[in-house]
Design a protein around this ligand. Structure first.
Ligand code: F6P
Ligand code: MN
Length: 323
């Protein structure tokens, strides 16, 4: 089994970046341990606070956020961080070459039911012309990402990582304490018969998505001529992991349920890193109208519609949006 750092060195990743990734993973190992302790660690349940997104914060959200923030800033190679759980960006070393964005605990409502959760992160180049304390640092499209990944806290703790040379999967060896390479080249099958969407929002979707999903549900006798299966984990990290492992299409489209919040997933903390991982594994990722990684961000907390996964299925879905 091959270890993380030698694999990254072989891919030509520079030493500062390798140590930054290793630091993020050290924080994730600690989170993995606390998650595994469950009720015993006294970290389940909610705090009395809400995050900037107006969502209740779980104790684990706060713990994971603090761990990642402190450890990443201590590396000295990071100019600023932006977290889903922080209202504002946090400045680090003005000379730092990297920016890190993260969703400390994706799918955190699953903590209460001992189900899948994870940490999602993205690394961007720091901009020399912008002050470390200025959030404008982060307003870069997903195509600028240097690395992205997630750590999934499941029956085993797994890392999906890309530095732009394909997507690799690692598994945490809890006896040795490090991540070992378990899949060298992730390849998302182009064709699939599995979709993931929160069907309870169906009546609020736009016509293109309504028509696409209606045709999937028609199955073999319908226009698609085959039966589709549906899965929904309610943690993007779990649903995207399934897509990387065996293909599928994952969608969180725009809806009209709350006119002030047409989209749910965040561009910087969720959509961009997941798009990078999926594209590097041969899949596609779009809002329905635009490649997600080409969006020019206007706000660090902005949200987008997400359609990602198996190439041919995403292309089919996009045709419904165009017509
Ligand atoms: O972070 C937002 C998130 O928890 C995603 O991980 C997940 O895909 C989605 O929201 C679940 O949404 P819903 O509550 O509508 O099922
Ligand atoms: Mn999330």
């Amino acid at each position: 089994m091959r270890r993380l750092a030698p694999v990254l060195r072989q891919d030509g990743v520079d030493t500062d970046l390798i140590s930054l990734i290793k630091t993020i993973l050290a924080a994730c190992k600690e989170i993995s341990f606390r998650v595994g302790q469950g009720e015993l660690a006294g970290v389940l349940g909610s705090t009395l606070d809400e995050n900037i997104q107006g969502e209740t914060q779980k104790k684990l959200d706060v713990l994971a956020n603090e761990l990642l923030k402190d450890m990443i800033l201590e590396t000295g190679v990071v100019k600023a961080i932006s977290s889903e759980e922080e209202d504002y960006t946090v400045a680090g070393n003005p000379e730092g070459r990297y920016l890190v964005t993260f969703d400390p605990l994706d799918g955190s409502s699953n903590t209460d039911i001992n189900s899948l959760i994870g940490t999602i992160f993205s690394i961007l180049p720091a901009r020399a012309d912008v002050d470390a304390a200025d959030a404008a640092q982060f307003l870069q499209p997903g195509t600028a990402q240097i690395a992205a990944g997630y750590v999934l806290y499941g029956p085993s703790t797994m890392l999906a990582l890309t530095t732009g040379k394909g997507t690799k999967l690692y598994t945490l060896d809890k006896t040795y304490g490090g991540f070992l390479l378990t899949q060298e080249e992730v390849a998302v099958p182009g064709v699939t018969a599995e979709f993931a969407i929160n069907m309870s929002n169906q009546r609020h979707w736009q016509p293109g998505m309504q028509a696409y999903v209606a045709d999937l549900l028609e199955g073999k006798p319908g226009p698609r001529g085959k039966n589709f299966n549906m899965r929904w984990i309610a943690a993007m990290v779990g649903d995207v992991h399934r897509v990387l492992c065996r293909g599928g299409i994952f969608m969180y489209p725009s809806d009209t349920k709350d006119p002030n919040k047409p989209n749910k997933l965040r561009l910087m903390y969720e959509a961009n890193p997941m798009s990078f991982l999926v594209e590097q594994a041969g899949g596609l990722s779009s809002t329905g109208y635009q490649r997600i990684m080409e969006i020019e961000p206007t706000d660090i907390h902005q949200r987008v519609a997400v359609i990602l996964g198996s190439k041919h299925e995403v292309e089919t879905c996009l045709k419904y949006h165009q017509s």
